[in-house]
Design a protein around this ligand. Structure first.
Ligand code: C2O
Ligand code: CU
Length: 553
């Protein structure tokens, strides 16, 4: 049972009401076993509407429990309750949950851990001492709702957050924050599992721990071929589970710095600040208790950032890291990438500019309004849940003519696509496919005013990232280079800035599924679409009926 409620929280010496779950920021970890039927009764004790999304949970046939507002359900109104009811099938590892209404996920989020069934062996040998959720977030001193509204009203970019956080704590590099620092105690010789989640709203992040390597073993609740790395890159929406062995000899402070900073390719004046925390070795003979980490000692402790933390613009690290991710592809954990496809859709991902309406003030580039789109379609949320109107066959204004190819063909990653790609159309178009369709989606970035990868997230399905590259996707050549042996399987992919990513998905989950950029500012500008998977012929291929407490619009 969880309650969405306001609570006063102080960070950076600013106190403000924060939307929380059971008064906690970040919210509680939900720990389940593979195969469990999970029922979470959510009561909205706060004023606004809310919904909760179980990010990455497949929700096989239970789309009603997926959570995105106006896609699979109407919001839970103040004073109301809705029970999310779903079964965790054939997934194990780290996922997360978050509010899926407006920008509420800034504070309403937490880890969702799936313990493997006893018959499923761990595909890595080391005994793990403990697991430790590491959730990156962003803190704004201002009211998050007001920031979103202002952005919509004036069509400008949102204010950058005031701090990045580790488990809700900004750390000592921000003003007034040394006392709000994440410190994790470890014992020498032991191995720890860090369950890393990027819950930040708008930035991809690099993360490293000074002097320690990280061994990646799982992403988005799918095991990977383990590999060791000095740092990771993680986009909003992604989860990465790594093993860390406390195998170093600390100095007299007993501690090592961990830090996360954004990955941005741009020259735009974005926030480049860094959140830091500490690994604290316990019981080492050389530790000087006066220097040893405690929140009181941090202000005077003179530390440098981990030298293994990539620089903010380090695209080559980001690319190499993504290329190392591979499905396990073992007999117990096979990689079921579709070798053949039924359909290829090519989708351009753009930011767009629209002229400022007369008598309005606009704060986007060139005094216009920013929007964002897929194939020049900016998604408009309908006033009723698409899943419900689809299931009950209601008239809703939703159309099934989402373009499967870009409406304008141009040099997407050329130097000046500004003039060629400013336009977008507004509507609620969805792509509909029959049950079982083997779908390839090529996500093509367009080089327009965007300094970041787009983390594209697909609800209700995992997909295989069969190819990525820079420049324009070439339909005759690029598919020959696809990895159809052990591509990474996940639910959120970083489409490279100035490049493309090809994903393959088997549409085996009947219902309506949101596909969107997990940078909240881009989703707000319309970088989203709906995927409708029709029911199949067999009963197990059909969506279950809606629960009786499903909220009404
Ligand atoms: Cu993590 Cu549509 O969400
Ligand atoms: Cu984006």
């Amino acid at each position: 049972m969880i309650q969405v409620e306001w609570k006063s929280v102080t960070r950076l010496c600013t106190t403000k009401p924060v939307l929380t779950i059971n008064g906690k920021y970040p919210g509680p970890t939900i720990d389940v076993n593979e195969g469990d039927n999970v029922q979470v009764k959510v009561t909205n004790k706060a004023t606004p509407n809310t919904t909760i999304h179980w990010h990455g949970v497949r929700q096989l046939r239970t789309g009603w429990a997926d959570g995105p507002a106006y896609i699979t359900q109407c919001p839970i109104r103040a004073g109301s309750t809705y029970t999310y009811n779903f079964t965790v099938i054939n997934q194990r590892g780290t996922l997360w949950w978050h509010a899926h209404f407006s920008w509420q996920r800034a504070s309403v989020h937490g880890a969702f851990i799936i313990r493997p069934a006893p018959r499923m062996p761990l595909p890595f040998p080391t005994p793990v001492q403990r697991d430790i959720p590491i959730i990156f977030g962003e803190w704004w001193n201002g009211d998050i709702d007001a920031i979103e509204k202002e952005m919509m009203l004036y069509g400008g970019g949102p204010n950058s957050s005031d701090a990045y956080t580790i488990n809700g704590l900004p750390g000592p590099l921000y003003p007034c924050s040394a006392k709000d620092t994440f410190i994790q105690t470890v014992e020498r010789g032991k191995t720890y599992m860090l369950r890393i989640i990027n819950a930040a709203l708008n930035d991809e992040l690099f993360f490293a721990v000074a002097n320690h390597n990280l061994t990646v073993v799982e992403i988005d609740a799918v095991y990977t071929k383990p590999f060791t790395t000095s740092a990771i890159m993680i986009t909003p929406g992604q989860t990465t589970t790594v093993l860390l062995t406390a195998d170093q000899v600390p100095d007299s402070s007993g501690m090592f710095v961990m830090a996360a900073r954004p990955y941005l390719t741009s020259v735009f004046p974005f926030d480049n600040s860094t959140t830091a925390g500490f690994l604290k070795y316990k019981d080492e003979s050389n530790i000087d208790p006066k220097k040893s980490t405690s929140v009181e000692n941090i202000p005077s402790y003179n530390f440098t950032l981990p030298s293994n933390l990539p620089e903010m613009t380090d695209t080559s690290f980001a690319t190499q890291f993504s290329d190392k991710l591979r499905s396990l592809g073992s007999s117990v954990y096979p990689c079921n990438v579709p070798k053949k496809i039924d359909k290829r859709a090519v989708m351009t991902i753009s930011l767009n500019l629209q002229d400022c309406p007369i008598n309005e003030t606009c704060k986007g580039y060139l005094n216009k309004k920013f929007y964002a789109s897929i194939n020049n379609q900016s998604f408009v949320r309908p006033s009723m849940s698409i899943l419900e109107s689809h299931y009950r066959k209601l008239k809703s204004g939703i159309t099934f003519d989402f373009p499967e190819k870009p409406p304008y063909v141009f040099n997407y990653t050329g130097v000046n696509p500004v003039t060629e790609n400013m336009n977008t159309e507004f509507g609620t178009k969805v792509l509909q496919v029959p049950f079982g369709t083997r779908l390839e989606i090529v996500l093509q970035d367009t080089n327009f005013l965007n300094p970041e990868n787009h983390p594209i997230h697909v609800h209700g399905h995992n997909f295989f990232v069969v190819g990525r590259g820079f420049g324009n996707f070439d339909e005759t050549k690029d598919p020959q280079g696809y990895n159809l042996v052990d591509p990474p399987e996940r639910n959120t992919v970083a489409v490279p800035m100035g490049g493309w990513a090809a994903i393959r998905v088997v549409a085996d989950n009947p219902g309506v599924w949101f596909i969107h950029c997990h940078l909240e500012e881009h989703t707000t500008w319309g970088l989203a679409m709906g995927l409708v998977v029709k029911s199949g012929k067999e009963p197990f291929q059909c969506l279950v009926p809606p629960p009786s407490d499903l909220p009404r619009c």
